[in-house]
Design a protein around this ligand. Sequence first.
Ligand code: UT7
Length: 334
Amino acid sequence: MIKAAITAVAGNLPENVMTNDDLAKFVDTSDEWIQTRTGIRERRIENDLSKATSDVAVPAVLELCRKRGISPEEIDLLICGTVTPDMVFPSTANLICAKIGAKNAWSYDISAACSGFMFALCTGAQFIETGRYKKVVIVGVDLMSRIIDYSDRTTCVIFGDGGGCVLLEPTTENAGIMDFILHADGNGATHLHMKAGGSRFPASHDTVDKKMHFVYQEGQAVFKHAVYSMAEVSAKIMERNNLKSEDISWLVPHQANKRIVDGTANRMGVGPEKVMMNIERYGNTTAGTIPLLLWDYEKQLKKGDNIIISAFGGGFTWGSVWVKWAYDGSQSGK
Ligand code: UT7
C-alpha cells in the first residue's frame, strides 16, 4: 500500500523582528502581559510592502527543492494553505509556481486559517496514496501583519508573519501520513473572522472606516473552543490507533497560545520535552506555524518517530494528524 511520506521540510521568515517592548511603544500592553498570557516574546513582521505572501513562500519552496535535489519542474501539485493570499484570485499557489518555474504543476489554495497547512497536508496525501502523483508540495504561509489592526491590543500581540513547506512523496515503507481526523464548524465564524473584502462586504470607504478589513477575534471564546477541541481530537487519534503517550515522539501543535498547547499536551499525557514550540520567537503565523516547527526541529527528528500534528483555528477548523517520520532529520541538507 502506498503512503504519503514527508521527505523534506523548509521554511522562511521575514528578517524584521518586532519584540513585545516594540509593541508596547504604540499599544497599551507590556512584555510581562504578553509573555504570561501567550508565551510570545517576539514575532517577525514583513515590513517591506512590496513583498506579499508568495514572496515569503518562494524561498522556502526553493530551499525544499534544493534539499531534496529536485527541480521545480518535477513538482506535480502544489497546495498552499493561507488566509492572507497575495490577491483574492488567482491563488497564491499559482503565483508561487509561476515564480519558481514549477511549470508542470497545477496548484490551488486552501482556506482553513490556522488549520490550513494541516488540511492541505491531508488533501495532498490523497494524490500520493492513489498513485497518481510522485511529488506534491504543501505550503503553509501567512502575512498576518497585513490584516491586523495594530491599535487593537487583543489581537495584534499574538500574530506574526512567516511560513514553510513540506514535500510529499510515495513510500511503501511503514511511514508517512498514517491517519487524520479533521473537523470544521462554520458556526465558529462569529468568534473569529475578517468581515470585509469578500462578497458580503466588498471593499468600500465605509468598510475601511469601520476597520472591517482586519481580523476580528473574541479571544476568550476562541480560547475555550481551542483548548477543548485540540486536546480532544489529539486524544482521539491516539486512542483509535492504540498509541500510548510513550509511543509519541513529538507533539507538533499549532502555535496560537502556549496555554492551549499545554492543555493539549496534558490531555495526551505528553511531557514538555516532547512538545515542539517556537511561539516565543515567531508568535502565531496561522498556516505557517506547523511547517515552521517541523523546519526548526528537523535535525532532531528520527526515522520512525510518531508525531502528532494538531491545530485549531478560524472557521472553526481543527484536527489531528498522525505522521510516522520517514527519514533521519540529522541527515537532511539544511
Ligand atoms: O490561532 C487560532 C485562533 N486563535 C487563538 O487560538 C487565540 C485564542 N485566544 C487567546 O489566545 C487569548 O484569549 C488572548 C491571548 C487573545 C487573550 O488572552 P486572555 O487571557 O483570554 O485575555 P482576555 O481577553 O480575557 O483579557 C483579560 C484582560 C482584559 O482586561 P480586563 O477587562 O480584565 O481589565 C483585557 O483588556 O487583559 C486585557 N488585555 C490586555 N492587557 C494587556 C487584553 N489584551 C491585552 C494586551 N495587553 N495585549
